[in-house]
Design a protein around this ligand. Structure first.
Ligand SMILES: *Cc1c(COP(=O)(O)O)cnc(C)c1O
Length: 450
């Protein structure tokens, strides 16, 4: 018999196998599943300070719509009775059309699509529609904040593209335009992917669009993280500045259901992009998620500006307080950040993995992160931490709470107090903020849609 090869932690799989085998019936197996979900809700949902940059709490209406009746309906194809394979989609057409038009409204775009089950798929859509195998694209390396989706190990690689690096200034954490101009003229990229996962400052979209225009090169803005900031008018507006297409994760700062969004203005892109989505990359596209995405967009029109302005102010306050506490923060010389995240250099304290684990034992959830000085092989044990303020902000926390949080983080990092002692303070702080902000109360009918 061939030996099994698992990429997952085998001890966790063994744990699950034992629980399944110890179950007297499938009913008990089901209870095991529900039990794990409830344990997570109690711990992560009610007792942790969730400072993961890619997370955001959804509004009550968005959450309710995620388990609505329509989640069982099949509706592949384009909106309208003649472009669907299935009958019975008259109200689904309404939901999807509302979603598309709300996305256009919130991103000030002429076109948008609602069917991406993930932003990874959005990026694959862009590469499928706008490149041919063998073309050259440029993107940001992972230590500088770039994401695998635009690198050889993600959708760009799957499309068979040659991927060149966008040169970055490791101190300013922005594109080194002079080096970019030189490199771009040499490799003549068809697309340049801007936007990143470690993302503190705006990108020179306009300048780069001009540099690559002579050979028909175009900017693709991967705004996975910044999508909410863009919609809330608190970041650059990539489409207005000359990006041909914008993708993003609906579940990051945008605070909708985890999935993808894509928007563009150029009419000739409509056919290739939308046909790359259907029939190539999305079929049964989860209409419950589409409904939730539409509701998130409507709430963003009402609250997005205020909400996003506060997450940026909170991130700046958190960066300043952590620096005051003695933790080395990136970009201290330029105000730490213009987004929802700050980056700590914790090499002096055992590195990102060790510190993130220690913080987790105090119920403070952050992620280890590569620093510009790291190399890709440092992936498992990078030097930094990425800390985001989206969730804390939506729970109503402001600058004064950021100072408290920085003190709690420093207590753990400098081992001034045992993580268990800090954990008590974290639970107390979390309990003091029970009302989700920047959203409407649960919409009438949303519950009865379940
Ligand atoms: C998170 C992220 C993605 C992938 O988004 P998903 O919605 O998780 O599929 C793509 N690009 C960047 C820059 C990201 O940070």
């Amino acid at each position: 018999m061939a030996t099994r090869t698992e990429v997952h932690d085998v001890s966790r799989l063994r744990w699950a196998r034992e629980r399944i085998e110890a179950s007297a019936s499938p009913r008990q197996m089901l209870d095991e599943v529900v039990g794990a979900v409830v344990r997570n809700a109690t711990w992560r949902g009610a007792e942790c300070l969730n400072l993961l940059a890619p997370e955001a709490p959804m509004s009550p209406t968005v959450r309710a719509l995620l388990s609505s009746e329509v989640g069982q309906r099949a509706a592949e194809g384009h909106i309208g009775p003649e472009q669907r394979w299935f009958a019975g989609t008259r109200h689904i057409d309404e939901i999807e059309a509302l979603c598309v038009e709300l996305l256009k409204e919130v991103f000030h775009a002429d076109y948008a699509d609602h069917r991406l089950v993930a932003s990874m798929i959005g990026n694959l859509t862009v590469y499928s529609a706008m490149t041919e195998p063998g073309d050259t694209v440029m993107s940001i390396t992972q230590p500088m904040g770039g994401h695998s989706s635009n690198r050889p190990d993600g959708p760009a690689g799957v499309r068979g593209l040659r991927v060149e690096d966008v040169p970055m200034d490791t101190k300013e954490l922005t594109v080194d335009l002079e080096a970019f101009s030189e490199a771009a003229r040499r490799v003549r990229p068809k697309l340049v992917a801007l936007g990143a996962s470690m993302t503190l400052f705006p990108f020179p979209v306009q300048e780069i669009a001009e540099i690559i225009r002579p050979w028909g090169g175009r900017v693709f803005f991967d705004g996975a993280h910044q999508l909410g900031l863009i919609a809330g008018g608190q970041f650059q507006d990539p489409l207005a500045e000359g990006a041909a297409v914008l993708t993003g994760s609906a579940g990051k700062t945008f605070s909708g259901p985890q999935s993808g969004v894509i928007a563009w203005n150029d009419p000739p892109l409509t056919e290739p992009l939308t046909t790359a989505i259907f029939p190539t990359l999305a079929a049964t596209h989860q209409v419950n998620r589409v409904a939730a995405l539409a509701a998130a967009a409507a709430e963003f029109l009402a609250f997005g500006q205020e909400y996003m302005a506060q997450i940026v102010r909170n991130a700046q306050a958190l960066g300043a307080s952590l620096q005051t506490q003695g933790i080395a923060m990136l970009a201290a010389h330029k105000g730490f950040t213009r987004t929802h995240q700050v980056i700590a250099d914790v090499r002096a304290h055992g590195g990102g993995l060790a510190v993130a684990r220690l913080l987790e034992s105090a119920n403070i959830i952050v992620n280890k992160n590569l620093l510009p000085t790291d190399v890709p092989s440092d992936w498992d044990r990078p030097g930094g931490l990425r800390i985001g303020t989206t969730e804390a902000t939506r729970w109503g926390m402001q600058e004064q709470e950021m100072e408290v949080i920085a003190g709690l983080i420093a207590d753990v990092v400098f081992q001034r107090r045992a993580p268990e002692a800090v954990r008590k303070d974290v639970i107390e702080l979390r309990r003091a903020f029970g009302d989700l902000q920047y959203c409407y109360p649960l919409a009438a009918g949303a519950e009865s849609a379940l």
